[in-house]
Design a protein around this ligand. Structure first.
Ligand code: FES
Length: 135
């Protein structure tokens, strides 16, 4: 494990203990107009990270901050139109984007800290423009 002085503090998302309250937590890393907006979710003994953008209409999943899960915490819920995603791989199981997936973010867990892994950029990737409709 790196020494505390070697940890890139800009990439620290939260402590593992911070996930206990809701089972998931949103974060923003980076500055400018397009900081990386994501969330982390407890998945058994592991933690998964995803872009906070629903594949259906591109909305953030949490209308109420840090509320990413169903009441029983079994699934990720998009509050906008009710899409349900499994936590392990972000696959949509039901809703308007069934069969599509959340965009995963690589994480690093160092002791009690959850960090965005070095290979991840700190801006939100642009959404591909919709294909032009034929005239
Ligand atoms: S934006 Fe998530 S279900 Fe529509």
């Amino acid at each position: 494990m790196p020494e505390p002085a070697e940890i890139d503090l800009e990439r620290v998302i939260c402590r593992l203990a911070d996930l206990e309250a809701h089972g998931a937590r949103g974060f923003k890393i980076g500055g400018g107009d397009w900081p990386l907006r994501g969330f982390v979710v407890r998945c058994g003994n592991e933690v998964r990270g995803y872009l906070n953008r629903c594949p259906h209409a591109g909305h953030p999943l949490d209308l109420i901050p840090d509320r990413f899960l169903t009441a029983d915490r079994a699934l990720i819920l998009c509050s906008s139109h009710g899409a349900l995603f499994e936590k392990d791989h972000g696959l949509c199981l039901a809703g308007p984007c069934a069969g599509q997936s959340l965009s995963p973010l690589p994480l690093l867990v160092l002791g009690e800290l959850v960090l965005l892994a070095c290979e991840a950029g700190v801006t939100t990737p642009a959404v591909a423009p919709a294909a032009a409709k034929p005239a």
